[in-house]
Design a protein around this ligand. Structure first.
Ligand code: DGJ
Length: 749
């Protein structure tokens, strides 16, 4: 490839440390760059170990040329060339891997864009027009052959090995133009068959269920039509080759969409073995009108590639999220150990009760005390009060100050629960503003948990929500908001017509405008209160995606806190998201969802897989439990940074009944921690010994077991032995668990 201009490369700052401990990432690959070849009309994006190339073909259309392992600096690819018609039933558009296909030109597969022009034309012919590089972002402009439509495609490579793609659709004419479908990007896999993909689905209390299946001819769709990301499917995918890809080896193409509203991801294999992955706004019930000169930007669709298996794909995402997505980027603050009383006291929160819990939490080593639902309005249950954000003076006669002061005097900071986007019909807010909720006038509307969704797309609602939150945080010493969202949209009506300010189609813009306003409130709050931290919760994991994670420090993955179920949920979660953002509480037994009873240590060791929290009723914990809890939180503090910012290796899968092991290695290689779980002992078999990963074979490690009696081995072991044989944990019987800390002796200079 001849280079006419080259954007600067930025070095991946931990690369030497990674190479020093034998990771497969080499320094030359650990960079990001944009290369523009104006003669051949080709663009190359390098990100970590991945290269991505596209060019202009003889029809002036943009065509994907390459997505895979990093190309050599002088690599030259065959020029973009339109594929021939296969038959009169499969024209070239079907099997040419178009970069961003407008519907038209014989394209029967999933388009990225579909518009309705005022002159009745409904097709697009998107031709290359120009390209520029600015601030590390490549922008390529396509223009329709005759219609006043410009499509701006954006590409931002990140050194962590991820490329962000998104688009902006612009009306360059005088008449309004209606968008019916707008994706962020289409990712074309190398042509061929034999692919399998993994995705995540779920339901309330059972999110993060991992599935893997062959990609077969036809389209497979995951989506949310619910107004938010959803428990039912998460916008993440990972594709491997059926015969080649495993947890530790083989190619993986992976990605995730950063959008917290309705979305759709289509994995489509044409009859001609061209697999395309397209995602963006969900076209269901969608419409967006661009007046003269207006534009619509689509969400970021992030993707990467590794040739080192599914585990490495997850680790790339984890590091990318920490360094490029989370609010504290590039080095987010460690997640504190939280106490939350929801499972202990429910709505029955009082000044005295919370102070008593705070005293016990502080002794356990908790760093942040959070009051959950029930502190405001006339909130005795979920029947009433949402929307009335004043302190309930029956429960807190002196306001929040005495509790907050007490919590602060114990050395913890203070957090509080809010559900800003919702209202109970039984609330002062609803009585005053019944027109603020999403619904269709004169139609029955569905309540869920006795609540309705405020239409955040409205400017007055947006202002109300921002103002009450700003006041709450300004007037109280609040370090943290748990931002909840406990239902989906059902009748997403926005009555613009009676207000005389829009048409029925304009009202469908609620899918975009609502989420944009949500993001803008979060951004403004954080700007005004830079120390404030926020958790995204939606009745558990209903709103977890790379859109919300740009504004929230952590997420609540599930209302299911059963340690046994969490083993599975957390395994699924960490395929797509960093353990740093994954809050996990130790709660009481028998578990409220599945009645399981597992020992306190087991519950702690499962909750330690991410950001540890405690949610049990501490007033009922015995002195022995409190002592054991304090021992375990103090162990967590010694390995927290490795868990939250290190590299995660699932040494086995995880399920509720089988032994599993998970390992974390610090980014600098100085420490590793291994957790072992045995929910059941099958057939009296010994607990399996599994080879560790990610260590330096040439280093020695001091082994510091959490429970001396559970470790059967030498105090110092070579990395090569640990990675060849593993480490013997003596777990026995039902619900046994342990952990081992490994300290590298003589760390590399
Ligand atoms: C759902 C959340 O997921 C729970 O943790 C708790 O905050 C409740 N809402 C409170 O209503």
């Amino acid at each position: 490839m001849t280079r006419n201009s080259r954007q600067s490369s930025s070095c991946f700052h931990v690369v030497l440390a990674l190479c020093g401990i034998g990771l497969p990432i080499c320094p030359s690959a650990a960079q990001n760059s944009i290369t523009v070849d104006k003669t051949r009309l080709e663009w190359r994006l390098d990100a970590g170990e991945m290269s991505y190339v596209f060019g202009v073909n003889e029809h002036s259309a943009l065509q994907s040329l390459y997505w895979g392992t990093r190309l050599s600096a002088d690599a030259e690819l065959p020029k973009a060339h339109i594929a021939p018609d296969r038959a009169s039933f499969d024209l070239s558009a079907t099997n040419t891997p178009l970069e961003y296909a407008g519907w038209g030109e014989g394209l029967p597969v999933e388009p990225a864009l579909k518009v309705d022009s005022p002159d009745g034309n409904r097709t697009l012919i998107l031709n290359y027009s120009s390209s520029t590089v600015k601030d590390g972002v490549l922008e390529v402009v396509l223009k329709d052959a005759t219609e006043p439509v410009a499509v701006h495609l954006f590409y931002q490579p990140f050194a962590q090995g991820v490329l962000a793609r998104w688009s902006r659709i612009e009306n360059t004419g005088q008449q309004p133009l209606r968008i019916e479908q707008a994706a962020s990007a289409t990712w074309n896999l190398p042509r061929g068959s034999g692919y399998a993909w993994s995705w995540l689905t779920g339901q309330w209390g059972a999110e993060w269920q991992l599935h893997t299946a062959p990609i077969v001819s036809g389209a497979q769709v995951i989506e949310s039509r619910r107004g938010s990301t959803s428990h039912q499917a998460n916008p993440w995918f990972a594709v491997g080759r059926q015969q080649e890809t495993t947890e530790t080896a083989g190619p993986v193409w992976f990605g995730e969409l950063g959008w917290s509203g309705s979305w759709r991801m289509t994995v489509e294999d044409s009859a001609l073995e061209q697999v395309r992955i397209t995602a963006g706004y969900n076209p269901f019930d969608f419409s967006y009108t661009l007046k003269a000169g207006e534009s619509l930007e689509t969400p970021r669709f992030y993707a990467g590639f590794t040739s080192h298996g599914e585990g490495e794909a997850s680790r790339i995402l984890h590091r990318f999220q920490r360094e490029a997505i989370l609010p504290g980027r590039p080095d987010p603050r460690p997640r504190p150990i939280i106490y939350n009383s929801w499972e202990a006291t429910g709505f029955d929160v009082t000044e005295q009760g919370q102070i008593a819990l705070a005293d016990k939490a502080a002794k356990l080593g908790v760093e942040r005390f959070v009051i959950d639902d029930g502190w405001f309005g006339q909130r005795k249950s979920d029947n009433a009060g949402l929307g009335d954000w004043y302190v309930n003076t029956t429960k807190f006669p002196h306001g929040l100050k005495p509790v907050i002061d007490h919590v602060r005097s114990l050395g913890m900071d203070f957090g509080i629960w809010v559900e800003p986007e919702m209202v109970n019909p039984d609330s002062d807010l609803y009585r005053k503003h019944p027109d603020w909720v999403l619904n269709f006038p004169n139609r029955q509307r569905t309540e869920a948990r006795q609540q309705l969704v405020l239409n955040l797309a409205r400017e007055d609602v947006r202002a109300f929500v921002f103002d009450f939150l700003d006041k709450l945080v300004s007037e109280n010493d609040i370090a943290f908001l748990k931002w909840d969202y406990n239902r989906n949209w059902t009748e997403p009506g926005w009555d613009l017509q009676s207000a005389g300010s829009g048409t029925a189609n304009d009202a469908k813009e609620v899918y975009v405008r609502y989420v944009q306003n949500l993001y803008s409130i979060l951004a403004e709050l954080r700007r005004k209160h830079p120390k404030l931290e926020i958790e995204s919760c939606s009745g558990g994991g209903g709103r977890v995606d790379l859109g919300i994670l740009r504004y929230t420090d952590e997420v609540w993955p599930s209302d299911n806190t059963s340690a046994l179920d969490r083993l599975v949920l957390q395994n699924g979660f960490t395929h797509a998201y960093t353990p740093e953002a994954m809050v996990a509480w130790v709660t009481d037994v028998p578990d409220y969802l599945n009645t399981s009873t597992v020992p306190l240590k087991f519950r702690f060791l499962v909750a330690m897989q991410g950001a540890l929290g405690i949610g049990g009723n501490l007033s009922k914990w015995t002195p022995e439990m409190l002592e054991e809890g304090a021992r375990l939180t103090s162990f967590y503090k010694t390995v927290r940074s490795t868990i939250q910012t290190g590299r995660l290796y699932w040494l086995t899968g995880a399920d509720q009944g089988s032994p599993s092991q998970v390992e974390y290695v610090a980014q600098d290689g100085s420490q590793a921690v291994l957790f072992g779980y045995q929910p059941l002992q099958h057939y009296g078999l010994e607990y399996p010994q599994v080879a560790l990963q990610g260590l330096d074979p040439n280093a020695q490690y001091r082994v510091r077991p959490l429970d001396a009696a559970k470790y059967m081995g030498d105090p110092v072991v070579s990395g090569s032995v640990l990675m060849g044989l593993g480490l013997r944990l003596d777990l026995r019987g039902v619900s046994d668990s342990s952990a081992v800390l490994l300290e590298r002796i003589d760390p590399p200079k």
